[in-house]
Design a protein around this ligand. Sequence first.
Ligand SMILES: C[S@@+](CC[C@H](N)C(=O)[O-])C[C@H]1O[C@@H](n2cnc3c(N)ncnc32)[C@H](O)[C@@H]1O
Length: 273
Amino acid sequence: MDKNHQERKNEEQIQANKEAWGKISKEHYENFKVQLADKDFKLNPMVEKELGDIRGKKILHLQCNTGADSILLARKGATVTGVDLVPDNVYYAGKLAEDFGMKDLQFIEADVLKLMEIHEEEYDIVLTTDGVIGWLPDLDQWGRVISHFLKEDGFFYLHDGHPFMMIFDEEALDRGELDPRYPYFQMTADYDPMIGGYASDAKEAGNYYWGHQFSTIINGLLKGNLYVTYLKEYDRCVVGMGGSKADEKGLWYYPELEGKLPVVFSLKAEKKR
Ligand SMILES: C[S@@+](CC[C@H](N)C(=O)[O-])C[C@H]1O[C@@H](n2cnc3c(N)ncnc32)[C@H](O)[C@@H]1O
């Protein structure tokens, strides 16, 4: 496939994702409004611990959805700019911030990969977490975008599904079985007819997901002159899946697979000086 054809296909698939995510914006807003009203609603504990003290920090939050995590980051004293592809996500993120009287937040509608075309500012932290890189077809461009917005002494933070875990059939995992359904080395997107399910009911809306290799992530960061300074893998995560159990800290794991598979990972990266 030539480069132009590939780019057009990526555009079409991103457009499908934009429409699909838009179908659950309102439900996410309503759900997160209830959760944010609860004082015990917190950031993902792994993210919170690894980020450390963010008071006074200027954060660029990529793929912020309807802004729930952006608000939690702002509650910890950061000034946050959230970015999301979907107009309704950005609208509802602003509304959520307003509902909770939060002022240190702004939200921008953009494809992360094109953010440099419409935004110009530097940040102490560029952050993206929980269900993000699989929506982006080009992690080389992603690395360049992150680097562009990062201050010389800032850091990038990522917490997401582990690429190795992404190869397994979800329903088999729910039964504690491993069925390698999505080839690790596949470069094209997988189609899913359903969207959502973690903060809304799953809805019918075709979407595309790129299951990247670990090397693609690291190489993308290197393209942006970003060097990994921290890397950690976990066998459990914050979202409960069918067949998983919660541990004493409220993190979910598959009992049959405990300690056997990497489920999520975190990394920090800095610009090489
Ligand atoms: C699973 S959600 C991430 C939620 C995130 N953990 C949060 O802070 O709530 C994925 C988000 O990525 C957004 N997205 C998908 N493709 C994108 C793109 N190319 N540029 C910007 N945002 C995108 C979707 O609209 C959706 O809100």
